[in-house]
Design a protein around this ligand. Sequence first.
Ligand code: AHR
Length: 335
Amino acid sequence: MRKTGTTITRRGFGAILAAGLMATSLAACGNSDTGSESGGDGDGQIVLGFSQVGAESGWRTANTNSIKESAEKAGIKLQFDDAQQKQENQIKAIRNFIQQKVDVIAFSPVVESGWDTVLKEAKDAKIPVILTDRAVDSADKSLYKTFIGSDFVKEGRLSGEWLVEQKKDATGPVNIVELQGTTGSAPANDRKKGFAEAIAANPNLKIVASQSGDFTRAGGKQVMEQFLKANPKIDVLFAHNDDMGLGALEAITAAGKVPGKDITIITIDAVKDGMQALADGKFNFIAECSPLLGDQLMDLVKKVKAGEEVPARVETQETTFTQEQAKAALPTRKY
Ligand code: AHR
């Protein structure tokens, strides 16, 4: 039986590149994004090259698992690369996928800008590209077939609207600190925007400090320590993901404050650890961001390979959680 999931280490790419170059020179002509030709495998099985952002958060681990499991289930051969949160690694991986003449390339772009050149190379090689989870800011939309993922602006807005409602009776300033995601990434840009737009409804709500914690627990803890030292009165923490919020919990507790009571904590994702913190009263609100994109992605891969039309945007269905809702949802939470 053929193995459908393959993880490529950075070192393993050298060998694959050499094999890919050999295959390229032997191939009669290029791969087609209209489904008329088979790609790198030669046996009819669809080959998907997937460049993942990294392993920075619980969300990312769940997303990687979803993609690997769905590829296996769909009988798609997955070439998986972990870019370790570096754009240059993603560009290298995409170029290697092009050399290998995979059928379809999918990737979750670590940052929004700087993709036009490599996307143009994929287009010239007639390999269709699917964006998953995060968007790019390329003006030329013909560089990719579709984008599947969440509405990050909405997640930020829902978080802000909840806070506006909670603090509607506040008579003085409400000081907010913000832990941003990876600088330049779509979720960091969009969540910041949506949240800022929503809290503008109440002039008492003020962001007094905002810095990146890179979507990691360690980053969240370290930046929250700085926030606590520099700001004697912090009423609210808005963290762009659960992991940074979880890291911040340690800093808040170490500073002698009670998370969820002395400081209201809002996060995004709703992974199990975040939901547990919410159910335990340490977080106050979570806007969900679903990492379970695998099945929908594999459907899109098949359609794109078959030359079928796909919608330009596929949006993930999501919800929000209060403490009570988290308690009810936790027992059946999948990730
Ligand atoms: O792009 C999705 C974001 O990336 C998730 O919210 C965050 O946890 C992850 O690292």
